[in-house]
Design a protein around this ligand. Sequence first.
Ligand SMILES: Nc1ncnc2c1ncn2[C@@H]1O[C@H](COP(=O)(O)OP(=O)(O)OP(=O)(O)O)[C@@H](O)[C@H]1O
Ligand SMILES: [Mg+2]
Length: 257
Amino acid sequence: MGKTIAISNQKGGVGKTTTSVNLASSLSYMGKKVLLIDIDHQANATTYMGINRANLKYTIADIFVNEVPIREVVKSVESVKVDIVPARFELSSIENKLLKNDNKEYLLSNAIDEIKHDYDYILIDCPPSLGIITMNGLIAADSVLIPVQCEFLALDGLTQLLNTIRLIQNKQRYNNRTLKIEGVLLTMLDTRSNIGYEVINEVKKYFKEKVFKTIIPRNVKCSVAPSYGLPVTEFSPRSKGSISYQNLAKEVVNGIG
Ligand SMILES: Nc1ncnc2c1ncn2[C@@H]1O[C@H](COP(=O)(O)OP(=O)(O)OP(=O)(O)O)[C@@H](O)[C@H]1O
Ligand SMILES: [Mg+2]
């Protein structure tokens, strides 16, 4: 049965989507069956994977509001042998519609239950918020991977995410599930400046053994690859960014360390 990992941090631009896309392709390269679910209305994961959003019959919004079966929404990304549930801008307007639904926090979890057995890993690329859509992502997940950018104010706002995780754990207490922290991933390290290393020390002091040994460096190939609709692992397999994400995939499969 697939392990479901939400990639989440409500701070914007910390590398959630870059991590989702490259972890998905690296896990696939290791022979794992992977499904990537885009639950961000910015639809960056969908674009980074080279999917033309205009031609989509269904998107994640149809799972949330139209009860379209998830199998009908899944698309294959041939270049990296990853399946994806794509998103599009219409996701931004559904929060209000969901408020009336009693089951509103469990819609994604229920959809994933239908296909959990088809995959080894299901990754959820969350938006930079803690609204109802992110709640769906976290409740559907077995664990959360938290990307933290090696920059000033890196830990800002993380308390809110940790409180949300605790809230979900309390809700789950009666149904034999507990949302775990998969790990904290340090991203976009600029090796030429001191601030990055200060953030690493601070994060390690706080999260201890929960910090992935792999640190993702700032690497221009990571930021260029999406414009070619490819993960960096495919666009530039030997780049530092690509190798780091492959190392991260090994840590996810084997456990941190
Ligand atoms: N290791 C890296 N090296 C260089 N650039 C990177 C790296 N990781 C991400 N970027 C760039 O930083 C920007 C933000 O990354 P990304 O889209 O992954 O963040 P995000 O957390 O998903 O953002 P959002 O909160 O808007 O969803 C993008 O332009 C991306 O290409
Ligand atoms: Mg993103």
